[in-house]
Design a protein around this ligand. Structure first.
Ligand code: C2O
Ligand code: CU
Ligand code: CU
Length: 454
């Protein structure tokens, strides 16, 4: 379990971005990056209603930023590509926490370096809590029956972390044949033999997980990126794309061990699929079904939670479709032709044909307004993420959204086109918000745009 950094009222929290070495396998140190440590960062917990002072110091020899993914705050506090922290510098944003309880994440977001810095370890969990959530009696003993689980795939050679590169990586996203949870290989969770809350965070660069339990037990899906659902949904499998989060309640009362497993990741561009990029065997390995995390229930800790899944979790007034004043279209393009010609890996990744440009504001939105954004994609599934908002999926493929589309979202998978209903309540005037594919190599290579809200 990552250490818990509890930002109590009136207190600040400090993060130091640093480089170090991590022995994922004993005696095999790898060069890695982390927050207050050598790989990943502490779990930060904040409370709704607080103004939390963050102190972020960059101890690297390279620029970095810390993006609060899913936090609803103004653009200049967002930690995106415009809030660069130079080597040796300290960034001190005060974060107004005004949203319901949720599982968020924080990670590096330097344009062109996001994928490499996150791969090397710059990510962590950020939890928002509030009185409503605490009144539900959900499992909430951190690290005992309330577990943040950052899932990542990484590539190792002789036990040392390596960073795959090249054109196929630019197209498909960087994958690995080893799955880590909270930075651990072959992870094992000792859990109490009762109801346990899992806060799943896909902190991988590109891999999409199709998660279920080895014994096909069902679980209760209780939360999305934006927070708790209105009602728990009984599921046997859930999809988690890069940037997405899901909160689950799993019943271990019977004391039986079980593993969280993933099916194969079939997401690939036609190019990779045709085997044009070489090293095809590695791609197949990296996308194979795998064990994510083994659970061993035993009598542990104090049972403070009721052990009962509440019938009503959260009430929420989402955006109102009848108030939508505008429609915008985003097309996530992979520009095959141009890329083949240019010879520069990933040069053809764009939104609406335009590669990301820090100096171009692509869309201008009116503060407080509601809009429908229609997002479509090319060649493979792309997780679209929009900063500064939590939206609803209105339609998918022109019809009803999937069961898995429900709830307040900030990242959803686009295969068939989706219509997203969004209310823009956070200003982004002095610094814009981003929207992008959360396959980090797509984002770094141009599949990103920016919008202002005023
Ligand atoms: Cu999690 Cu713009 O990112
Ligand atoms: Cu974000
Ligand atoms: Cu993409």
């Amino acid at each position: 379990m990552p250490p818990l950094l509890d930002a109590r009222p009136g207190r600040s929290f400090a993060l130091r971005v640093q480089s170090g070495t991590t022995s994922f396998y004993p005696g095999r140190p790898s060069d890695t990056l982390g927050y207050n440590g050598s790989y990943l960062g502490p779990t930060i917990r904040v409370r709704r209603g607080d103004d939390v002072a963050a102190v972020v110091t960059n101890g690297l020899n390279a620029d970095t930023t810390v993006h609060w993914h899913g936090l609803l705050i103004p653009g200049e506090l967002d930690g995106g590509p415009h809030q660069i922290i130079a080597p040796g510098a300290t960034w001190r944003p005060t974060l107004p926490i005004r949203q319901p309880a949720a599982t968020l994440l924080y990670h590096s977001h330097v344009h062109g370096l996001t994928a490499e810095q996150v791969y090397s370890g710059l990510a962590g969990a950020l939890l928002v809590t509030d009185d409503e959530e605490q009144g539900l009696g959900l499992p909430s003993e951190y690290g005992v029956d309330d577990l943040p689980l950052l899932i990542q795939d990484r590539q190792f050679e002789n036990g040392r972390l390596v960073m795959p590169g090249g054109m196929m990586v630019a197209m498909q996203g960087r994958r690995g044949d080893t799955i880590l949870v909270n930075g651990a290989v072959n992870p094992l969770a000792a859990v109490p033999n009762r109801l346990v809350r899992l806060r799943l965070v896909n902190a991988s660069n590109a891999r999409i997980y199709e998660l279920s339990f080895s014994d096909r037990r069902s679980f209760h899906w209780i939360g999305t990126e934006g927070g708790l659902l209105e009602h728990a949904v009984a599921l046997e499998a859930i999809t988690l794309a890069p940037g997405q989060r899901a909160e689950l309640l799993v019943d271990f009362t019977d004391g039986r061990s079980a593993s969280l497993v993933t099916a194969a990741d079939t997401n690939s561009s036609m190019m990779g699929g045709m085997g044009m990029m070489g090293r095809g065997a590695r791609r197949t390995d990296a996308a194979a079904p795998a064990t994510v995390l083994r659970f061993e229930p035993r009598p542990l800790g104090q049972a403070r939670a009721s052990g009962v899944v509440p019938t009503l979790l959260a009430s929420r007034t989402g955006p109102d479709a009848s108030k939508a004043v505008r429609r915008r279209r985003l097309s996530l393009n992979m520009g095959m032709g141009g890329m083949m010609g240019s010879g520069s890996g990933g040069g053809g990744l764009t939104i609406n044909g335009k590669p990301f440009d820090m100096n171009r504001i692509d869309e201008t939105v009116k503060l407080g307004s509601t809009e429908i954004w229609e997002v479509s994609g090319e060649m493979m599934r792309h997780p679209i993420h929009i900063h500064g908002v939590h939206f609803d999926v209105l339609t998918r493929g022109g019809g009803q959204p999937d069961v898995l589309d429900q709830g307040p979202r900030d990242t959803v998978l686009v295969k068939e086109p989706v219509e997203l209903l969004i209310r823009f309540d956070q200003p982004a005037k002095s610094a814009p918000f981003m929207y992008h594919c959360h396959i980090l190599e797509h984002e770094d290579n141009g599949m990103m745009g920016q919008f202002s809200v005023a």
